[in-house]
Write a new protein. Structure first.
Length: 111
């Protein structure tokens, strides 16, 4: 059985102004929620909409629109921080997630 192709999207999740913000780096889209999980669920829905729309309109070349460099840098810092288990968290802990979109059945999982 063939495994359907998947697209991977990197997401920075951080607290900001009393909410949790999830920022998809490859698409430069943002979702907010009252908790980290809520913001991740919302960004999954937005990613699904973007990918579905690009596929439906045969417009994949316009799907990717990278976030600004400062967001990528913050994402890198969050990844390095999570790799250092002995390091204490900063006042505004951020973390990174990778979200995979199965482009044939639109299922999502995160790692």
């Amino acid at each position: 059985m063939n495994t359907p192709p998947r697209l991977a999207f990197n997401v920075l999740v951080k607290p900001e102004d009393g909410l949790w913000v999830a920022h998809c780096l490859e698409l430069d889209i943002v979702a907010t929620g009252d908790s980290p999980n809520a913001s991740v669920e919302d960004i999954r829905d937005l990613i699904l909409c973007q990918v579905s729309n690009a596929i439906a309109n045969k417009n994949m070349e316009y799907l990717y629109h990278p976030a600004p460099a400062k967001i990528w840098e913050e994402y890198g810092r969050a990844q390095r921080q999570s790799a250092k288990k002995s390091e204490t968290l900063t006042a505004t802990p951020a973390f990174s997630k990778t979200i995979f979109a199965n482009v044939f059945n639109s299922s999502f999982c995160h790692a």
